[in-house]
Write a protein that binds this ligand. Sequence first.
Ligand SMILES: Cc1cc2nc3c(=O)[nH]c(=O)nc-3n(C[C@H](O)[C@H](O)[C@H](O)COP(=O)(O)OP(=O)(O)OC[C@H]3O[C@@H](n4cnc5c(N)ncnc54)[C@H](O)[C@@H]3O)c2cc1C
Length: 524
Amino acid sequence: MGRRSVWAWGYEDELPSGPELDELAARVEPLIGARPSARHPSPPRVPQPRCPVPGALADFATQDERERAMHTYGKAWPDLVRAFAGDFSPAPDFVLLPRTEADVALALSTCADERVAVIPFGGGTSVVGGVEAAGLGDFSGVASLDLRRMDRLLEVDEVSMVAHVQAGATGPRLEEQLHKHGLTLRHFPQSFEFSTVGGWIATRAGGHFATLYTHIDDLVHAVRMVTPTGPWQTPQVPSYGGGPSPTGLVLGSEGTLGVITEAHLRVQPRPTFRAASDVRFARFADAVAACRAVAQARLYPANCRLLDAGEALLNRVADDGSCVLLLAFESADHPVDAPLARALELCSAHSGDAREPRRPETGPEDAAAWRASFLRAPYLQSALLTLGVMADTFETCCRWSAFDRLYERVSTEVGQALKEACGGGALTCRLTHVYPDGPAPYFTFVAPTRPGEELERWSIVKSAAAEALVAEGAAITHHHAVGRTHRPYFARQTSPTFLAALRGAKQAVDPTGILNPGALIPPP
Ligand SMILES: Cc1cc2nc3c(=O)[nH]c(=O)nc-3n(C[C@H](O)[C@H](O)[C@H](O)COP(=O)(O)OP(=O)(O)OC[C@H]3O[C@@H](n4cnc5c(N)ncnc54)[C@H](O)[C@@H]3O)c2cc1C
């Protein structure tokens, strides 16, 4: 495994090249009307730091140019575009790599004294401008505070099934340490390879399972956060009934209230019982109704991912215009054939055509194709940029009763925006999570673009999407967080009284306002 790319998702040597890139170019040819050839990234232009590292932090700080470039952006489409063009103008002035909680506390007190903004950094996989030094106001400098050296499993309470971990552990690092105990967190966001425990908690990440314990919210037993005014430790009990939840305020705080240093997480044995099937539907509306029936029957499948026809085609799951529902159940304790059988009955009642259920490790064919495509998708998005194709996603959550109208409006308005901005393009939809009261729809758009016009075209499409969601009362985000990109829409969807309370909490723990200014919390 090589080095991480400074502009793209993942490792440099994992980026599509040769036949894979040729095949991708052939696939997008109909979309952009010509066979594209790959462009190459420009060398990074990183500005000189505006301030030196404060002496007290010299032990665990760096101003290395590559480190500063690697901490400039997250991994949203506009981030990839600017980094590909070599534009690293918002680079932090220095990067802090604390080894202990004491280092974190020292970093915060020193930066508060010196008026340096601090942006907590986990894996840098934010897709909402969460780690970028933009909209900061009047600071003498900016530090990116990266938790990567604090990545250990500290203790496992095997009786209570609670693991005590440091916040800088990435998905693979955490699972590798839990594996030795036969345990898993079972939290698998698509960004699993690089995102971290602290980042998941700070953004309220969603894993890829469709129901029950898939959000990090459900997996956090207790959390510890260091703030400029002191540590914030939440009760280490399964449920604490006194007052508003202190854990709840840390979840989704996006680095604006403190630096999450440790968490106690609910872990579980690795599942051994599995049953899965794929169901094809001729009509999307029938498939949506089937998902609702499964969710409302409280069957709680691990996977209940519905792909519309475009999504099934894009991911090479079905090319005959069918919509495909990927259903799977799993348990570490008991066989799961019965709930699968009942879910398939419900699908049949909605005109679903179920494939023979299968149990092997590889899972059903459609699901295996989907999984391979799911994990490769972030690499392909980067490769599409080199081919002059815009590819991005947005996600939301709504009631079942609101879904049809929402789907219609988003399809129409984003379709128009794609036409206006790019001359055309494609929009696809899948349901990633299903609740008894509603689904979480996830949209993907791909469209042609031109070098130098990528950001403008993307803004037109992104704002059409966000406006359509807000107009229909759907969530501006289900699991991608708020950051800087969604902040204006979050402000419109959130009660002014709650926003004032949030500002009050920030003022109490971060009186000098150094923590991730510009993210999440709108100015008064
Ligand atoms: C290809 C791709 C796929 C994705 N798939 C999913 C998905 O399936 N589900 C999902 O929920 N999200 C997904 N995301 C979004 C992103 O991965 C999540 O928001 C993730 O939780 C961010 O974790 P991170 O460690 O990379 O945090 P970062 O990107 O480094 O930071 C995100 C935010 O959290 C703050 N933060 C980070 N660490 C800490 C800490 N220790 N203390 C306090 N604040 C902190 C940062 O300041 C920032 O505001 C995806 C992103 C990409 C690029």
